[in-house]
Design a protein around this ligand. Structure first.
Ligand code: ADP
Ligand code: DP6
Length: 192
């Protein structure tokens, strides 16, 4: 079969644990089976290039990216408005693994793009954590970011195939991941 056997499109608010959870799944499936694709990757790369910033530092969970977040959001929005598939098309280039995880859908247009191209094999996954948990992970409510589309674009009007609650209880997370892993394996088995 050409193309992905399964595309999991993840979303969730900042510090909900999107990177953490998607990395766990990738570890369990292995790098030959699963690729984690980040829409923010090419966004940050091009933004850093244009603004003369440190791309590597924009990638980690430190304060550096937070300093530029508002401006990056505006920059990315311009690109997406002009072409909703702009970042989507870049991240899927040359990916050969059967399972694709898109770790950071933020807008309905991100999900719609994957549904329109890979709808038959796409599942949407929402990662949820309480405000208390997100605060403990370093989240500080920031107006114009936390109340804007980048964080709230998928709050309403989107249904998710899976919801993963990630409040730090490892046993509960493990149980939820087990269910998702069973599903992933069933899709892999049925496609061979
Ligand atoms: N279940 C968890 N157990 C321990 N640490 C976690 C868990 N989920 C997230 N974290 C930590 O919280 C921080 C934010 O998580 P991250 O995955 O970067 O969130 P997001 O990508 O949604 O902004 C990271 O330092 C991450 O390691
Ligand atoms: C400009 C952004 O792409 C920055 C995203 O950076 P990360 O994906 O690293 O952010 P969190 O995981 O939520 O902390 C947001 C956007 O609106 O596209």
């Amino acid at each position: 079969m050409e193309g992905p056997h399964l595309v999991l499109v993840f979303s969730g608010k900042r510090k909900s644990g999107k990177d953490y959870v998607t990395e766990l799944i990738r570890e369990r499936l292995g790098p030959d089976t699963c690729a984690v694709l980040r829409l923010s990757g090419p966004l940050k790369e091009q933004y850093a290039q244009e603004k003369g910033l440190d791309f590597q530092r924009l990638l980690d969970a430190s304060g550096y990216k937070e300093k530029y977040r508002a401006d990056m959001i505006a920059w990315g929005e311009e690109r997406r408005n002009a072409d909703p598939g702009f970042f989507c098309r870049i991240i899927i280039q040359g990916v050969t693994q059967p399972v694709w995880i898109v770790s950071d859908a933020r807008r309905k247009s991100d999900i719609d793009w994957f549904l329109s191209c890979y709808g038959a094999v796409t599942q949407t996954v929402r990662v949820v954590a309480s405000e208390e948990t997100r605060k403990a992970r370093g989240w500080i409510y920031t107006p114009d970011i936390d109340d804007a589309d980048s964080e709230c674009g998928l709050d309403q009007g989107t249904s998710f195939n899976w919801v993963i609650t990630n409040n730090g209880d490892q046993e509960s997370l493990d149980e939820q991941l087990h269910r998702l892993m069973d599903f992933i394996h069933s899709k892999l088995d049925s496609s061979v």
